[in-house]
Design a protein around this ligand. Structure first.
Ligand SMILES: [Zn+2]
Length: 413
């Protein structure tokens, strides 16, 4: 039976879905060239042996970009196109969505080296999955390719938030994927005003909660009125803190650069009171929460926690890997990305990976207290290695008069 006859056009009856790009790029599987179709042939043979099924049905999926990849030979590329014409491979951009839909809907095993971290928000079952993914590996015998089961990684809460935000930014033309530069900080660090007087999104009221502008034709636009927005200044740098109780995020609040916010059962009017969120904790545990348990401080690039409680506070490493740091009697500590501040067991504070796009239920933690830098110039040293706390440096900008948007064109991405 020719190997390619295992490539089956009907996704629903195939047993395995293969991420062909992942396989042909994996130089550990042998071969001389960076991209080789022979690795995929070897994988087909390996899967047939692994499944002990001579009649195995494989659904092959690849990005269109693979067919255009000049590192493949002309013969290899025409083979892919021939398969495509005969329904032996599905080509689409991007292929990842399709693979995950298949794994979710038809229950196929997915062969890929991708961790699909970007997709955890849409397909939460991926995180920590142990029975749906296989990795292509060299056969231990020294020739050929086989597969082994994978345990999928669990991204940090902050990684998931950041990925969600990336998708939102991408949709608004505010994420530079091709240049690899990421978020358009030059645009996202600004406050905008819509020329339309009564604009509900970019009017003069509540500038803290401006939604994302839409970027196209080289200017930021109001998504409602399709008018170019005027730049009216810098936005203060913020971080979003999530309050998780019993495994569920019950509340989010924002902190501006320079703010200090007490958090506890009832920390006073400038603080975040959690009394109403303790229902899912045992009475004993809930009583361990002090009136003012901690004070959080956000400098614009660093988050620190100060213990003000009777029973102490713990800073827990990501996924609980490693010992907690215990803070008592006014000790303080820096909270790194992925770390959780445990007030009592089952009640944690987490810094979100979001930097720019916040949801409507966010409220500023405290309007009073130490006020934030109001002009967005939260510069400081270039301590931007933190992930969630990268410093936006605003530079002198040429103020351009808003140009009338004479035609609407959907953003390119
Ligand atoms: Zn508007």
């Amino acid at each position: 039976m020719a190997l390619e006859s295992h490539l089956y056009p009907d996704a629903d009856t195939a047993e395995y879905a293969v991420d062909v790009s992942s396989v042909v790029h994996d130089t550990k599987l042998g071969g001389e060239r960076p991209v080789e179709l022979a690795r995929f042939y070897a994988l087909i043979a390996g899967l047939v042996a692994y499944a002990k099924n001579d009649d195995l049905r494989i659904y092959a999926v690849a990005d269109w970009s693979l067919v255009r990849d000049r590192r493949l030979t002309d013969k290899e590329r025409s083979t892919l196109l021939r398969w495509h014409r005969r329904g032996r491979i599905e080509l689409l951009d991007p292929a990842d969505d399709r693979l995950l839909e298949l794994a979710e809907g038809s229950g196929q095993l997915v062969v890929s080296a991708d961790s699909f971290r970007d997709y955890v928000p849409r397909f939460p079952w991926i995180a920590g999955n142990r029975d749906r993914f296989l990795l292509h590996v060299p056969d231990p015998s020294g020739t050929g390719v086989t597969v082994e089961p994978r345990v999928m990684p669990i991204p940090f809460e902050s990684e998931i938030s950041r990925k969600l935000e990336e998708h939102e930014l991408l949709a608004m033309g505010l994420y530079d994927r091709r240049g690899g530069k990421g978020p358009r900080r030059d645009l996202l660090s600004r406050l905008w005003r819509c020329p339309e007087q009564d604009c509900p999104l970019f009017g003069p009221q509540e500038p803290e909660f401006q939604p994302l502008p839409r970027f196209y034709n080289d200017a930021a636009h109001c998504p409602t009125h399709r008018l170019a927005l005027e730049d009216v200044g810098g936005v203060p740098r913020r971080v979003q803190i999530k309050v998780r109780v019993g495994g569920v995020v019950r509340r989010r609040f924002l902190m501006r650069a320079g703010q200090q916010i007490p958090v506890g059962r009832a920390p006073g009017e400038d603080g975040i009171a959690l009394a109403e969120h303790l229902g899912s904790l045992s009475t004993v545990t809930a009583h361990e929460l002090s009136r003012s348990h901690v004070v959080l401080k956000w400098t614009g690039w660093k988050l620190t926690v100060l213990d003000t409680s009777r029973n102490g506070t713990r800073v827990r490493p990501p996924h609980g890997q490693g010992p907690d740091r215990v803070l008592v009697n006014g000790e303080s500590a820096r909270v790194k990305p992925g770390e959780e501040v445990v007030l009592v067991e089952g009640l944690e504070l987490l810094a979100s990976g979001r930097e720019f796009a916040f949801t409507a239920d966010d409220a500023l933690g405290s309007q009073g207290g130490q006020s934030g830098v109001g002009d967005g110039e939260a510069g400081g040293p270039d301590e931007d290695a933190e992930g969630f706390a990268q410093t936006i440096t605003t530079v002198d900008r040429l103020r351009r008069a808003p140009e009338p948007a004479d035609f609407w064109r959907p953003p390119e991405f």
